[in-house]
Design a protein around this ligand. Structure first.
Ligand code: PLP
Ligand code: COI
Length: 357
């Protein structure tokens, strides 16, 4: 599909980019443009374009505002030493977007259109891709029901867009272990629900738990499954791994209630490449707690596009503090290897990087 271009009159300057990266918060400043593709039940996908970033005009009855028919993705673009801008495993994001689309009764977007929408935006806003340590351009593709109606049914008009935001460390400043709040009052997902879809409602539903976490001085929430002996599920926006003293990795299996993280899949591959044993299975909070106490679980980390790989320093379960390990060696080493591939300093032996511009 050919993308129409409406250029923005004021592209960014290197000084402005540095100012934005130095300011606190994740996803607070956006590049000059957005990729857009619209869909109607009659005409399918069409009217692909790159237009200046700005507010969207929506009918107050637009279905997304009432029934949250919406999905999104999250990925990053990195500036490599060869001058190219690359992203990590974008076909996996395209496929996950389409799995989310099926679950939320939204139209699937052809994979090549998804990739093109990223290429068009990133080549237009190339000046916005930072190259500092831990910095990247965060890409946020999303799709929502734009049709105006109040009946509850899948919308016949949908809009797909990509916006982009220069990003440093998700938790701000230097890499440091995060504190995790164990959510006992709220769960994130249930069998047959939308937990495996990347849809806004999952995140809206996590906010009350995140408010509790913040009030307790924690960075993220750990969700449990009380129906499966308090099996650990995932954090509000990241998957979880435990590292054992005998060099195994343990992570919750994909049972349909957690997001199938692309970082998670990549960590599993990198660990197997090193000869580590990886166990994708049910793991309870009790097992984690006991493992910390008896020394059999030595490290824990969170992983995701925004968080990359972030060590988990401690858990707070009500008033009880469960100390984890701080920044462990295995965590750091896998983080370095993954970042090396993503930023182009390490060998990309699985062919994971895709040149966007
Ligand atoms: N789990 C949740 C709930 C997320 O929002 C994310 C972030 O995208 C992840 C896990 C990690 O997924 P990925 O590694 O594909 O970014
Ligand atoms: C991501 O890592 O891309 C996420 O979506 C996590 C969070 C910012 C929602």
């Amino acid at each position: 599909m050919t993308f129409d271009h409406t250029p923005h009159p004021t592209p960014t300057s290197p000084e402005r980019l540095q100012e934005i990266l130095a300011s606190p918060g994740f996803g607070t400043h956006f590049t000059d443009h957005t990729s857009v593709i619209d869909w109607t039940a009659e005409g399918g996908w069409g009217d692909a374009r790159v237009e200046p970033y700005g507010p969207i005009s929506l009918d107050p009855a637009a279905a997304v505002l009432h029934y949250a028919q919406e999905i999104f993705e999250g990925m990053k673009a990195y500036r490599h030493a060869d001058g190219g801008i690359y992203t990590f495993r974008p076909l996996e994001n395209a496929r996950r977007l389409n799995r989310s689309a099926v679950r939320m009764a939204l139209p699937e977007l052809p994979e090549e259109l998804f990739i093109e929408s990223l290429e068009e935006l990133v080549s237009t806003d190339k000046a916005w891709v930072p190259d500092g340590d831990g910095e990247a351009l965060y890409l946020r593709p999303f799709m929502f029901a734009s049709e105006a109606f109040l009946g509850v049914r899948p919308a016949n008009a949908v809009s797909y867009r990509v916006i982009a935001s220069p990003a440093g460390n998700y938790f701000g400043g230097e890499l440091k272990p995060v504190r995790i709040w164990v959510s006992r009052d709220y769960i994130r997902a249930a069998p047959g629900g939308t937990g495996a879809a990347k849809t806004g409602g999952n995140y809206a539903g996590s906010l009350a738990a995140q408010q509790q976490a913040t009030a307790k001085g924690c960075d993220q929430v750990l969700f449990l499954d009380p129906l499966r002996e308090n099996a650990i599920e995932e954090l509000g926006g990241m998957n979880v791994f435990l590292v054992t003293a005998d060099n195994r990795l343990i992570t919750p299996a994909l049972t349909g209630t957690i997001l199938e993280g692309i970082t998670r899949a990549s960590v599993i591959q990198l660990a197997k490449d090193r000869g580590m044993q990886v166990e994708e299975r049910q793991v309870t909070l009790e097992e984690w707690d006991a493992g910390i106490t008896d020394g059999s679980i030595t490290e824990a980390f969170a992983c995701g596009t925004a968080a990359v790989i972030t060590p988990i320093g401690e858990l707070l379960d009500g008033e009880r503090r469960i100390a984890s390990a701080g920044t462990g060696e295995v965590t750091l080493s896998i983080r370095e290897e993954l970042l090396g591939i993503q930023t182009g300093t390490g060998e990309d032996r699985h062919g994971w990087m895709h040149r966007l511009a």
